[in-house]
Design a protein around this ligand. Structure first.
Ligand code: TMP
Length: 213
Protein backbone atom coordinates (compact mmCIF):
# COMPACT_ATOMS: atom_id res chain seq x y z
CA UNK A 1 0.00 0.00 0.00
CA UNK A 2 2.39 2.73 1.11
CA UNK A 3 6.02 2.76 2.24
CA UNK A 4 5.06 4.19 5.62
CA UNK A 5 2.29 2.76 7.81
CA UNK A 6 -0.56 4.65 9.39
CA UNK A 7 -1.00 5.40 13.07
CA UNK A 8 -4.53 5.15 14.52
CA UNK A 9 -5.45 5.74 18.15
CA UNK A 10 -8.63 5.10 20.13
CA UNK A 11 -9.54 7.36 23.05
CA UNK A 12 -12.34 7.91 25.54
CA UNK A 13 -13.22 7.88 29.21
CA UNK A 14 -13.66 4.63 31.11
CA UNK A 15 -16.62 2.56 29.94
CA UNK A 16 -16.75 4.23 26.51
CA UNK A 17 -16.23 0.95 24.65
CA UNK A 18 -12.62 1.34 23.46
CA UNK A 19 -12.05 -2.42 23.47
CA UNK A 20 -14.98 -3.07 21.14
CA UNK A 21 -13.73 -0.29 18.90
CA UNK A 22 -10.18 -1.71 18.89
CA UNK A 23 -11.44 -5.16 17.96
CA UNK A 24 -13.66 -3.97 15.12
CA UNK A 25 -11.03 -1.59 13.72
CA UNK A 26 -8.42 -4.37 13.80
CA UNK A 27 -10.72 -6.78 11.97
CA UNK A 28 -11.44 -4.22 9.25
CA UNK A 29 -7.82 -3.24 8.74
CA UNK A 30 -6.41 -6.77 8.68
CA UNK A 31 -9.21 -7.96 6.36
CA UNK A 32 -7.63 -5.65 3.78
CA UNK A 33 -4.38 -7.56 4.07
CA UNK A 34 -2.67 -4.79 6.03
CA UNK A 35 -0.15 -5.89 8.64
CA UNK A 36 -1.21 -4.39 11.97
CA UNK A 37 0.43 -3.83 15.34
CA UNK A 38 -2.21 -3.65 18.09
CA UNK A 39 -0.98 -2.10 21.27
CA UNK A 40 -1.90 0.11 24.22
CA UNK A 41 -0.76 2.90 26.52
CA UNK A 42 0.46 3.08 29.11
CA UNK A 43 2.13 -0.19 28.21
CA UNK A 44 3.00 -2.00 25.01
CA UNK A 45 6.55 -2.96 26.06
CA UNK A 46 7.88 -4.90 29.06
CA UNK A 47 9.04 -1.65 30.70
CA UNK A 48 5.81 0.11 29.71
CA UNK A 49 3.67 -2.63 31.22
CA UNK A 50 5.61 -2.38 34.50
CA UNK A 51 5.10 1.38 34.47
CA UNK A 52 1.39 0.79 33.76
CA UNK A 53 1.20 -1.40 36.80
CA UNK A 54 2.79 1.35 38.94
CA UNK A 55 0.48 3.99 37.47
CA UNK A 56 -2.77 2.08 37.87
CA UNK A 57 -2.16 0.41 41.20
CA UNK A 58 -3.44 1.77 44.50
CA UNK A 59 0.03 1.35 45.98
CA UNK A 60 0.75 4.88 44.79
CA UNK A 61 -2.46 6.71 45.58
CA UNK A 62 -1.61 10.39 45.85
CA UNK A 63 1.33 10.18 43.40
CA UNK A 64 2.34 13.71 42.38
CA UNK A 65 0.97 15.05 39.10
CA UNK A 66 4.46 15.53 37.70
CA UNK A 67 5.55 12.00 38.56
CA UNK A 68 2.42 10.65 36.89
CA UNK A 69 3.02 12.76 33.80
CA UNK A 70 6.68 11.76 33.52
CA UNK A 71 5.90 8.06 33.96
CA UNK A 72 3.32 8.26 31.16
CA UNK A 73 5.93 9.79 28.86
CA UNK A 74 8.64 7.36 29.99
CA UNK A 75 6.38 4.49 28.94
CA UNK A 76 5.58 6.32 25.70
CA UNK A 77 9.26 6.94 24.86
CA UNK A 78 10.00 3.23 25.20
CA UNK A 79 6.91 2.30 23.21
CA UNK A 80 7.75 4.64 20.35
CA UNK A 81 11.41 3.61 20.08
CA UNK A 82 10.86 -0.12 20.42
CA UNK A 83 7.57 -0.74 18.67
CA UNK A 84 5.64 2.12 17.13
CA UNK A 85 8.34 3.83 15.05
CA UNK A 86 9.92 0.58 13.76
CA UNK A 87 6.48 -0.79 12.81
CA UNK A 88 5.49 2.37 10.92
CA UNK A 89 8.86 2.50 9.20
CA UNK A 90 8.36 -1.09 8.04
CA UNK A 91 4.98 -0.16 6.51
CA UNK A 92 2.88 -1.76 9.24
CA UNK A 93 -0.14 0.06 10.58
CA UNK A 94 -0.37 0.72 14.31
CA UNK A 95 -3.62 0.67 16.29
CA UNK A 96 -3.10 1.98 19.80
CA UNK A 97 -5.54 1.98 22.71
CA UNK A 98 -4.84 5.51 24.03
CA UNK A 99 -1.90 7.82 23.32
CA UNK A 100 -0.94 11.43 24.05
CA UNK A 101 -4.48 12.81 23.81
CA UNK A 102 -5.09 10.83 27.00
CA UNK A 103 -2.26 12.76 28.66
CA UNK A 104 -3.82 16.10 27.71
CA UNK A 105 -7.22 14.86 28.88
CA UNK A 106 -6.24 13.07 32.14
CA UNK A 107 -3.08 14.80 33.36
CA UNK A 108 -3.95 18.14 31.71
CA UNK A 109 -7.70 18.66 32.00
CA UNK A 110 -8.21 16.09 34.77
CA UNK A 111 -5.27 16.82 37.11
CA UNK A 112 -4.65 20.40 36.07
CA UNK A 113 -1.11 20.07 34.68
CA UNK A 114 -0.44 22.94 32.27
CA UNK A 115 -0.76 22.27 28.55
CA UNK A 116 2.66 23.88 28.01
CA UNK A 117 4.39 21.30 30.20
CA UNK A 118 2.74 18.44 28.38
CA UNK A 119 3.58 20.00 25.02
CA UNK A 120 7.29 20.18 25.94
CA UNK A 121 7.35 16.46 26.73
CA UNK A 122 5.29 15.63 23.64
CA UNK A 123 7.83 17.41 21.44
CA UNK A 124 10.79 15.85 23.25
CA UNK A 125 9.52 12.27 23.19
CA UNK A 126 7.64 12.22 19.89
CA UNK A 127 9.28 14.85 17.70
CA UNK A 128 6.77 15.27 14.88
CA UNK A 129 5.02 11.94 15.42
CA UNK A 130 1.24 12.33 15.83
CA UNK A 131 -1.62 9.90 15.11
CA UNK A 132 -3.05 10.05 11.59
CA UNK A 133 -6.53 9.24 12.88
CA UNK A 134 -7.99 9.26 16.38
CA UNK A 135 -11.39 7.84 17.19
CA UNK A 136 -12.84 9.47 20.30
CA UNK A 137 -15.51 7.30 21.88
CA UNK A 138 -17.64 9.88 23.67
CA UNK A 139 -20.47 9.39 26.14
CA UNK A 140 -21.85 10.98 29.31
CA UNK A 141 -19.60 10.34 32.29
CA UNK A 142 -22.31 8.72 34.44
CA UNK A 143 -23.08 6.19 31.71
CA UNK A 144 -19.40 5.40 31.15
CA UNK A 145 -18.73 4.89 34.85
CA UNK A 146 -21.82 2.71 35.17
CA UNK A 147 -20.61 0.50 32.33
CA UNK A 148 -17.03 0.40 33.66
CA UNK A 149 -18.27 -0.32 37.17
CA UNK A 150 -19.79 -3.58 36.00
CA UNK A 151 -16.36 -4.91 35.03
CA UNK A 152 -13.84 -5.26 37.86
CA UNK A 153 -12.29 -3.58 40.87
CA UNK A 154 -11.61 0.07 40.06
CA UNK A 155 -7.93 0.97 39.48
CA UNK A 156 -6.30 4.23 40.65
CA UNK A 157 -7.81 6.26 37.77
CA UNK A 158 -11.21 4.57 37.84
CA UNK A 159 -11.45 5.52 41.52
CA UNK A 160 -11.51 9.25 40.69
CA UNK A 161 -14.76 11.15 41.19
CA UNK A 162 -17.35 12.30 38.68
CA UNK A 163 -15.96 15.85 38.48
CA UNK A 164 -12.53 14.48 37.44
CA UNK A 165 -14.08 12.50 34.57
CA UNK A 166 -16.21 15.46 33.52
CA UNK A 167 -12.99 17.46 33.10
CA UNK A 168 -11.35 14.56 31.24
CA UNK A 169 -14.32 14.22 28.87
CA UNK A 170 -14.31 17.98 28.22
CA UNK A 171 -10.55 17.85 27.66
CA UNK A 172 -11.06 15.25 24.93
CA UNK A 173 -13.90 17.24 23.35
CA UNK A 174 -11.71 20.36 23.30
CA UNK A 175 -8.96 18.46 21.45
CA UNK A 176 -11.53 17.20 18.94
CA UNK A 177 -12.82 20.74 18.43
CA UNK A 178 -9.28 21.93 17.69
CA UNK A 179 -8.40 19.06 15.38
CA UNK A 180 -11.63 17.91 13.74
CA UNK A 181 -9.79 16.37 10.80
CA UNK A 182 -7.73 14.00 12.94
CA UNK A 183 -10.05 13.39 15.88
CA UNK A 184 -13.40 11.87 14.93
CA UNK A 185 -16.06 11.65 17.59
CA UNK A 186 -18.27 8.57 17.89
CA UNK A 187 -21.37 8.93 20.07
CA UNK A 188 -20.79 5.84 22.21
CA UNK A 189 -23.98 6.27 24.25
CA UNK A 190 -26.05 4.63 21.50
CA UNK A 191 -26.67 0.92 20.99
CA UNK A 192 -23.83 -1.28 19.84
CA UNK A 193 -24.98 -1.65 16.23
CA UNK A 194 -25.12 2.13 15.67
CA UNK A 195 -21.71 2.63 17.30
CA UNK A 196 -20.16 -0.15 15.22
CA UNK A 197 -21.61 1.30 12.03
CA UNK A 198 -19.89 4.65 12.72
CA UNK A 199 -16.57 2.98 13.50
CA UNK A 200 -16.79 0.90 10.33
CA UNK A 201 -17.48 3.99 8.23
CA UNK A 202 -14.61 5.96 9.78
CA UNK A 203 -12.08 3.17 9.29
CA UNK A 204 -13.22 2.37 5.75
CA UNK A 205 -13.09 6.05 4.73
CA UNK A 206 -9.63 6.32 6.24
CA UNK A 207 -8.39 3.21 4.41
CA UNK A 208 -9.77 4.53 1.14
CA UNK A 209 -7.95 7.84 1.63
CA UNK A 210 -4.74 6.00 2.55
CA UNK A 211 -4.98 3.96 -0.65
CA UNK A 212 -5.45 7.07 -2.75
CA UNK A 213 -2.87 9.18 -0.98
P1 TMP B 1 -7.13 1.79 30.10
O1 TMP B 1 -6.13 1.82 29.00
O2 TMP B 1 -7.40 0.44 30.59
O3 TMP B 1 -8.35 2.58 29.79
O4 TMP B 1 -6.48 2.48 31.39
C1 TMP B 1 -5.40 3.29 31.38
C2 TMP B 1 -5.61 4.43 32.35
O5 TMP B 1 -4.51 5.31 32.25
C3 TMP B 1 -6.87 5.24 32.08
O6 TMP B 1 -7.53 5.49 33.29
C4 TMP B 1 -6.34 6.54 31.54
C5 TMP B 1 -4.94 6.64 32.08
N1 TMP B 1 -4.00 7.35 31.20
C6 TMP B 1 -3.60 8.63 31.56
O7 TMP B 1 -4.02 9.13 32.60
N2 TMP B 1 -2.72 9.29 30.76
C7 TMP B 1 -2.20 8.75 29.61
O8 TMP B 1 -1.40 9.37 28.91
C8 TMP B 1 -2.64 7.42 29.24
C9 TMP B 1 -2.09 6.79 28.00
C10 TMP B 1 -3.53 6.77 30.07
Amino acid sequence: MSESGRFITIEGIEGAGKSTCMQLAAELITSHGISLLQTREPGGTPLGEELRDLLLSHRHTGMSEDAELLLMFAARAEHLRRHIEPALAAGQWVLCDRFTDATYAYQGAGRGVSVDRIAVLEQWVQGGRRPDLTILMDLPVALGLERAGKRSDPDRFESENLAFFERVRQGYLDIAAHEPQRVRIVDASRDLAAVQQDIRRLIEDFMREAENG
